[in-house]
Design a protein around this ligand. Sequence first.
Ligand SMILES: Cc1cc2nc3c(=O)[nH]c(=O)nc-3n(C[C@H](O)[C@H](O)[C@H](O)COP(=O)(O)OP(=O)(O)OC[C@H]3O[C@@H](n4cnc5c(N)ncnc54)[C@H](O)[C@@H]3O)c2cc1C
Length: 373
Amino acid sequence: MQKKEVIIVGGGVIGCAIAYYLARLNVKALVIESEEIGHGGSSRNGGGVRQSARDPRELPLAMHAIRYIWPNLSDELGVDVEYCQEGNLRLAKTEEHIKILERVIAQGISLGLDLRLIDQKEVREICPYVSDEVIAASYCPTDGHGNPMVTTLAYYKRAREMGAEFITGEMVQSILIRKGKVGGIKTNLGTYESDQVILAAGYESRAIANTVGIDIPMQRTLVEALVTDQQPYMFPQMIGTAASDFYGHQTKHGSFVFGGMTGLEPYGSEVDNPITRSITAPSICRAILGYFPAIGQSNIVRTWSGWLDVCADHVPILSKVDELPGLTLACAFSGHGYGIAPAVGQSMAELVVNGSPSLSLDAFRYDRFQPKS
Ligand SMILES: Cc1cc2nc3c(=O)[nH]c(=O)nc-3n(C[C@H](O)[C@H](O)[C@H](O)COP(=O)(O)OP(=O)(O)OC[C@H]3O[C@@H](n4cnc5c(N)ncnc54)[C@H](O)[C@@H]3O)c2cc1C
């Protein structure tokens, strides 16, 4: 079989975006996906495209994506990815909540983000449906949301049109080494040769990297989300709370998509397949109704769950591996990889092709956890 220029393991939004940006640099990647395109977190997520409340290391990626890529992405890919840039409100009900927001706001402003605290009156002007209990919010007017499944498929479609190859239903098992460098990968069905392998397989990247003695400090956590039936138009913003008990938005079609945490997630993640439980959706709903009583009229159509690949320090690993030339890691997105996917895809393609991405990825090196001598 012909040697591939680059092999990408994983056909989520990250793998598909990297394949697209590689194609723009005239490099034709082969993407190998064990299930179907977008099977993982990329089809299960809440669609948040936000800069607010980002780790300062990740914020430049989010700001770049929102300033330069997201607004034109639908035109660029030829598919409406339902990007809506109408701001993010993070709601507060107590003085403690306001203190949390003030910390987040100070951090964002120090890095040049347009983010401010607004009072109850202004919150209600922007979003009249919030409960009277909401006393303030952080407001980032340039944040928003998109449709994650459509975005993933749009990157896939455009990358294919530009020459990338995709194989689905084939599971990568290990990385092959030739003369101290990457030689390709082995799957359940055969082997593929390449000098460049990018691991973008979410949590499973860890087991694959383990086959060449590289470990990635991440854990798997199961989180849940839900969608309601179609509702009259209420608000376009992405919503979160200082208490982090739920987040969500109203889609273009009128349904609300919400996700949330009960606090029990780390104790319910010892399962093989992503499942939903009876505890989580009611918990998310209680939180939502405490902020948006009017949404109580809607019906839940579906709940689902998905895995997060949570890194030890909650930011991704976007890095070449020094010990094994040709191996590159793009994983551990820790629950917020969708919004930054365009900037990550672009930067990873540049990293692999010319070794120097236009946005610095130094903060995301794989060896940041190694003991310093
Ligand atoms: C419920 C939920 C809500 C979320 N909300 C948001 C949000 O609002 N905003 C945001 O930015 N992010 C959010 N996220 C996180 C976001 O979905 C992820 O960070 C993002 O999708 C990561 O993309 P990925 O391509 O790295 O991973 P994935 O989409 O998981 O893709 C990895 C792919 O690798 C494949 N794979 C695994 N093992 C192998 C193998 N051995 N061989 C070949 N292929 C393999 C998998 O099948 C999968 O398709 C949320 C996640 C969840 C679950």
